[in-house]
Write a new protein. Structure first.
Ligand code: ADP
Length: 324
């Protein structure tokens, strides 16, 4: 359904260089440099207020940098010949005329860029809104509005997609759908850049990650490397209650970090699960559970940003640790 973008993929980089935006005395984006490459999903991670939306607005020419630059395919957004065909964006899913139907909204966008009307049906199919084509925007759930926003972003079949918190308002099935869609768009050679404060979502979706806090770059790396480099290994250990104190003392005498786990048992850092198991055997202690765990992206991010974090919305209820 989508045109193959692989050949033009080298053109589709987003490059920010010392990008800075100040509003009065407040610096929203602070000398930010990063590159977003085609063929990958790149997550843009940061707490609320970190400067993600401002950065995206600067990429899309909706705001002017105080200093520095950001380009798409080597040009500023306002220098692009046919922006909608080159960069698709979803910033605010509710920014649609409430009385307009789904189809009319998309048709209007298509007409404004000389895009054939049949493309409307293609994108409606791509986002699963065929049966809602005649519904008015004001009657859409937030999840449906997000799908409409993605359809609008795709209408010009662009090589670059910029999506601000696209899973907001989606249910579990919708989140899974979005993840699959974004990955397939990247696999076609497109540049997919999406922001989120939902760490667990990016962990599953993104190949690369650009992490910011208070407008500054904290990390720009492969998602896997980011997690591996930053996550202290830990092991969930459960032992019989009456041996628990002995086990803890033994581990601490070997320099291990031991703290109670929220779900019961001990969370041990330092020795590997194998070493813990051997130690227990040497001392004749029973082990009921020994599970190696890796910190989640959320743990790592929280550790990195420390008190810089302004967020912690009610949606941040993701699992703390995931089994390896
Ligand atoms: P995020 O998208 O990561 O939540 P934003 O880019 O929305 O962060 O905001 C970054 C900072 O810039 C915040 O402190 C916000 O209050 C401020 N900010 C954003 N837009 C404006 C504006 N138009 N005027 C003044 N301050 C702004």
């Amino acid at each position: 359904m989508f045109r193959a973008c692989v050949l033009r993929s080298v053109e589709n980089m987003i490059e920010a260089r010392e990008l800075t935006k100040r509003y009065g005395g407040r610096t929203a984006v602070d000398a930010l440099s990063f590159t977003v490459r085609p063929g990958l999903v790149t997550g843009f991670l940061g707490p609320n207020g970190a400067g993600k939306s401002t950065t995206m607005r600067l990429v899309l020419g909706l705001d002017t940098p105080t200093a520095g630059s950001v380009t798409v395919a080597g040009r500023r957004y306002d220098e692009l010949d046919a922006p909608l065909r080159e960069v698709g964006a979803l910033l605010d899913a509710r920014a649609v005329h409430p009385g307009r139907t789904v189809r009319r909204h998309l048709l209007g966008l298509a007409r404004s860029h000389a895009i054939p009307a049949r493309r409307v049906d293609e994108v409606l199919g791509a986002v699963g809104l065929e049966t809602a084509a005649d519904r008015r925007a004001k009657g859409l759930s937030l999840g449906m509005a997000q799908r409409l926003g993605v359809a609008a972003a795709l209408i010009g079949d662009p090589g670059v997609l910029i999506l601000d918190e696209p899973v907001n308002g989606l249910d579990t099935e919708g989140i899974r759908w979005m993840r699959t869609l974004l990955k397939s768009l990247a696999a076609e050679g497109r540049t997919v850049f999406l922001s989120s404060h939902l760490m667990s979502e990016l962990e599953l979706t993104a190949d690369r990650v650009v992490v910011i806090g208070r407008g500054r770059l904290l990390a720009e790396t492969d998602m896997r490397d980011f997690i591996d480099a930053n996550s202290p290994d830990s092991t969930l250990l459960r032992v019989p209650d009456d041996e628990s104190g002995r086990m803890r003392a033994l581990l601490e005498s070997r320099g291990a970090g031991v703290r109670p786990d929220a779900g019961g048992g001990w969370r041990v850092t330092g020795p590997t699960a194998t070493v813990i198991g051997e130690l227990a055997r040497e001392h004749g202690l029973a082990v009921h559970e020994l599970t190696p765990c890796r910190s989640s992206l959320e743990d790592i991010y929280t550790a990195m940003t420390g008190e810089a974090v302004e967020y912690r919305g009610s949606t941040d209820t993701d699992d703390k640790e995931v089994p390896r």
